[in-house]
Design a protein around this ligand. Structure first.
Ligand SMILES: C[S@@+](CC[C@H](N)C(=O)[O-])C[C@H]1O[C@@H](n2cnc3c(N)ncnc32)[C@H](O)[C@@H]1O
Length: 212
């Protein structure tokens, strides 16, 4: 789609965000991060945090989990690496620059895949979700938190008007819920376990899909 998100644009956008990301998005997105981590910790084992960014989430997982973090933006990931060193997070097994759509992990490798504020920022959400499910063990969970676009009304009008600028900043504000349910129906072998409204303002959702 013309004007849609592409990999180069995302890398540029997050290269610009990296120095100020924690200041701007640290607190405002924290409730969503904490809730997804609580769900991932219930599963435990080996967890992949995709689009780990500056690593704000990493110290909040139980230290008994084994964590891998990947991100497409090297400047964001460099901050995550500094954070892991500074906090001595020995349960972080790997941090790597990687495209979420082409994960360099074997099939059925992780107990949980977590993506916080990522799926509306990737160029190809459906292919990316496919790869998340590929690397999940059967019975494992894909745990997302994201802004979900309004179906109608003034918020939808605003989101559509804001969309061109938001793409340059690195995300899609109008991303519809149906895109996720359509993907799940087409993919097969995944079931929606939960959709929970999240702050700010309930415009965000915590979403859990289970791989059968
Ligand atoms: C809004 S930030 C969220 C960062 C972090 N998860 C948090 O909770 O603060 C989105 C992150 O997704 C990363 N990202 C975007 N597209 C990606 C892709 N195709 N593969 C991997 N990471 C990607 C960006 O570089 C950025 O770090």
């Amino acid at each position: 789609m013309a004007g849609d998100i592409d990999r180069e644009g995302v890398e540029k956008a997050y290269g610009r965000w990296a120095p100020v990301y924690d200041l701007v998005f640290g607190k405002v997105f924290d409730a969503g991060r904490q809730s997804t981590i609580a769900e991932a910790d219930k599963i435990g084992g080996r967890i992949l945090d995709v689009g780990v960014g500056t690593g704000l989430s990493l110290s909040d997982y139980s230290r008994s989990t084994k964590l891998c973090g990947v991100d497409i933006s090297e400047p964001m990931l460099r901050r995550a690496q500094q954070r892991v060193r500074a906090l001595g997070l020995t349960n972080v097994e790997a941090l790597a620059v990687m495209d979420a759509k082409n994960l360099a992990f074997p099939d059925s490798f992780f107990d949980a895949v977590v993506a916080q504020y990522v799926i509306t920022a990737v160029p190809d959400p459906e292919a990316t979700l496919d790869d998340f499910i590929r690397v999940l063990k059967p019975g494992g969970e894909l745990i997302l938190v994201n802004h979900i676009g309004a179906e109608s009304g003034p918020r939808r009008v605003f989101e559509l008007a804001f969309a061109p600028l938001a793409r340059r900043l690195g995300w899609r504000p109008e991303f519809p819920w149906a895109r996720l349910t359509d993907w799940a129906a087409k993919h097969g072998g995944v079931s929606l376990a939960e959709r929970r409204p999240m702050p700010p303002m309930g415009h965000f959702s915590l979403i859990r899909f289970r791989k059968s």
